[in-house]
Design a protein around this ligand. Structure first.
Ligand SMILES: [Zn+2]
Ligand SMILES: [Zn+2]
Length: 201
């Protein structure tokens, strides 16, 4: 016997359909931008650092790029919560109040371009070594996926340890999806702390 679906199940199905569609769009935008950036690197228009890489220099490049991305993302994210931009663009990402991995890349194409556009612009302004670029890309994309995994994989004590608790965990980001007025940071909560928008539920 077929049991008719309830409103909650229908809503969940709708959200999943919405997120899969926008994740596919983000993938297309990402592939196009990645191909464009690769072409620019090959043509020498987007320079990669070529001087010998030391451990100190590598740590500096990785740290600087993550810091700059977090600063940029925080400002962009605050802006996207201004009513008109929220309703036209950012609402796509806020379809679900309890994010899953499908939420992680569900962005309006304009938001996807603005987020992924950071890397080529930063590379143009501050040349980075290829290996550092790979580490930064893995850290940023891995953190964004983890923040939306829907399960608090970090133990409770994690939030009491200074510096460790600067990392944006799934619970911290889920609070953003539920309240929409806090926890705007992407990977590290530096700017939420600086501007008083960090909430630990
Ligand atoms: Zn999110
Ligand atoms: Zn948001």
């Amino acid at each position: 016997m077929n049991i008719p679906e309830g409103p909650a199940q229908l809503r969940a199905k709708n959200t999943l359909r919405h997120e899969v569609r926008y994740t596919a769009l983000t993938a297309v935008v990402g592939l196009a931008m990645g191909a464009g950036a690769t072409l620019l690197v090959r043509e020498g228009l987007l320079p990669l650092a070529s001087d010998p890489l030391t451990l100190g220099r590598g740590l500096f490049e990785v740290g600087l790029y993550i810091f700059l991305f977090d600063a940029y993302f925080y400002a962009l994210h605050r802006l996207l919560h201004v009513k008109v931009l929220y309703q036209r663009i950012h609402v796509v990402h806020h379809h679900s109040t309890s994010p899953t991995l499908w939420t992680a890349l569900a962005f309006h194409p304009v938001e996807a371009v603005l987020i992924m556009g950071f890397m080529p612009v930063a590379m143009f302004l501050i040349p980075i070594h290829f290996v550092c670029l790979v580490i930064v890309s893995l850290f940023l994309s891995g953190s964004i996926l983890l923040a939306h995994c829907g399960v608090e994989v970090f133990p409770r004590w994690w939030h009491r340890v200074p510096l460790l608790n600067w990392y944006v965990t799934p619970g911290v980001h889920e609070a953003h999806h539920q309240r929409r007025d806090c926890n705007y940071s992407a990977t590290l909560s530096i700017f939420d702390r600086l501007f008083g928008t960090l909430r630990h539920e």
